[in-house]
Design a protein around this ligand. Structure first.
Ligand code: FEO
Length: 399
């Protein structure tokens, strides 16, 4: 049972940790849980910034009531984001606080009605509008598509706290500390990049627009809906998001393959070994049948090289590789050095579909694709070594 935590004298974290769910959005693995953060600002008026998921009512209301009791009402619910992991307790909160105003923008209200049937108590805010709570002032900025069309962020001008919604969020529950200086940042940087690539990755351009829009704000705290609160070095997390939203990777390569009987896997290993001989140290080699796409995406976002291999499967790509390439098309993969290879036995379908994928994401492979018939022969081995050499040259030239 976790207590609320003060961020400033009057702003409290009243978030909840979910260590029970196996997946996020019923899709993405939660090996280390996830925090759904909500924030309570207590002044002449009381404001809550977002809520939590529907099933988290007990922990959430216990925390809120530990601060304001059961007599004092919440005056405002600020809805930065409508996804139900943050809006799930809106109706229950309104039932407890019937005079509470629900603050959102025009796009928020359609979703509120559709999800929860709420059509009253709504207060619309536009870009730059302010709400005075007492000494705290909330100022609103629209950040559409970070992560849904209605998303906005709220800046509290007295404490310079930015309530950023999903932006700067991370997988991983808050296991003790809640601030960046209290947690293992290496762990959270990995989980944050996994969150970014899995959840927000498609919206690089809106993230760039949001970063530019907020660049003039003086920020002491970044309070996201997931993960730690950034108070020591908020600029660090902004620069990470800047890099990821531009898909700027560091020197290294992800090699991911689909194999039925191990022949495509052997080709992947040969490429990895050749890349290493060329001086590339960051190499991640994944069997797509074993490793969840969530982690493969996380590392694709980290490195500037991507090499994909597939056996032919019923004249098409091997299914997990097909799923990966579809996802990469969906998120608009760019800024990568790309290599492709694969195997076939009685028909093609692996390499030719990888070539189609390369055409669709508009990235020319660094070398001729290598396609082995059943198992590699000498000429295939030379082709794979050539692919690795061209890839290494391309990765190094990105510096
Ligand atoms: Fe954490 Fe887009 O919801």
């Amino acid at each position: 049972m976790y207590n609320s935590v003060n961020i400033t004298k009057d702003i409290c974290w009243v978030g909840v940790n979910d260590r029970q769910s196996r997946v996020f959005e019923n899709l993405w693995p939660l090996d280390h849980g996830v925090a759904h953060n909500s924030y309570l600002i207590v002044d002449d008026k009381v404001a809550l910034v977002d809520t939590a998921a529907e099933g988290q009512a007990g922990d959430f209301f216990r925390k809120v009531e530990s601060i304001i009791g059961t007599e004092k009402e919440v005056d405002y619910l600020i809805v930065n984001h409508m996804e139900p992991d943050h809006s799930g307790l809106m109706k229950a909160l309104l039932d407890r606080n019937p005079d509470m105003k629900i603050v959102g923008n025009k796009k928020t209200f359609g979703l509120i009605e559709s999800f929860y049937g709420i059509t009253s108590n709504l207060v619309e805010v536009k870009e730059g509008d302010e709400i005075q709570l007492g000494k705290h002032t909330l100022k609103f900025f629209m950040t559409p598509m970070v992560h849904w069309p209605e998303t906005m962020v709220t800046y509290e001008t007295h404490t310079k706290a930015l309530f950023s919604g999903d932006a700067f969020g991370s997988f991983g529950s808050l296991d003790g500390g809640i601030f960046d200086d209290e947690v293992n940042l290496s762990f959270f940087e990995e989980e944050m990049r996994r969150y970014y690539s899995n959840i927000v990755g498609k919206y690089g351009a809106p993230v760039q627009r949001a970063i530019n829009k907020l660049s003039s704000l003086d920020i002491n705290y970044i309070c996201s809906t997931h993960g730690p609160i950034w108070r020591t070095e908020p600029s660090r997390v902004i620069s990470l998001y800047d890099k990821w939203s531009k898909q700027e990777g560091e020197e290294g390569a992800v090699i991911v393959y689909g194999t039925m009987y191990g022949n495509t896997a052997k080709m992947a290993e040969l490429i990895a070994q050749s890349l290493s001989e060329q001086g590339i140290k960051n190499i991640k080699l994944y069997d797509s049948s074993k490793t969840h796409i969530s982690y493969i995406l996380r590392d694709i976002w980290k490195y500037n090289g991507l090499i994909i291999g597939s056996c032919a499967y019923n004249t098409n790509l091997f299914p997990p590789i097909e799923a990966l390439t579809e996802k990469l098309k969906h998120v608009g993969l760019k800024n990568k050095s790309l290599g492709i290879f694969g195997t076939y036995s009685w028909s093609g379908g692996g390499v030719n579909n990888l070539q189609k994928f390369a055409d669709e994401v508009k990235i020319s492979p660094v070398a001729e694709p290598v396609e082995a018939k059943c198992a590699t022969c000498d000429s295939d081995i030379n082709g794979l070594k050539n692919l690795a050499q061209k890839m290494a040259e391309s990765l190094k030239s990105d510096k």
